[in-house]
Design a protein around this ligand. Sequence first.
Ligand code: IMP
Ligand code: MG
Length: 182
Amino acid sequence: MTFKSKEEYSSRIGRTLITSEQIAAAVKKCAEKIDSIYDGRPLLMIGVLNGAAMFAGELMKHISVPCELEFIQAESYYDSTESSGEVRLTREIERDISGYHVLLAEDIIDTGRTLSRVKALLEGKKPLSVTTITLLDKPERRLVEFTPDISLFTIEDVFVIGFGLDCAGYYRNLPFIAEYKE
Ligand code: IMP
Ligand code: MG
């Protein structure tokens, strides 16, 4: 996707669903919850690239118990707003995670395919536990049964951009969550 102008790029940023202040407050509250759950236990946060990079980073900044960070990469969207149905892992975790409580961080759960696949894969590596956390959840769109352990915001069935979420690679840098206008 290319843009003819900055105006065309900006014109596709629709109404704001969640402001940066709302995200910041929810992330802080969530970090406190994580602090109380993992108090003193070996915690490894695993973010799902690329979308969850920002969420995982922001969450990490507010966690005060000892916590390590890794990333895994899964791709299910190809240059459009529709899922192809196939989940491809394009980056794996190389280290031994068997001694860790894993906090699997995702940007959004849509059909449920990505996180159920990634969670199953990580469970196969026998960590002490796997807890799933998502910034956004679109439960109406589920095709695979999946409920995250922690969800910060439930949203309606619209394609969203910002705070790590993209459309064809763009708009990840928006500090808020907005609707994408075709
Ligand atoms: P799922 O496998 O259908 O649950 O899709 C999850 C992945 O699709 C997320 O990690 C996102 O990268 C992407 N995705 C789903 N919905 C949206 C959206 O509204 N905006 C941007 N990316 C999305
Ligand atoms: Mg993603």
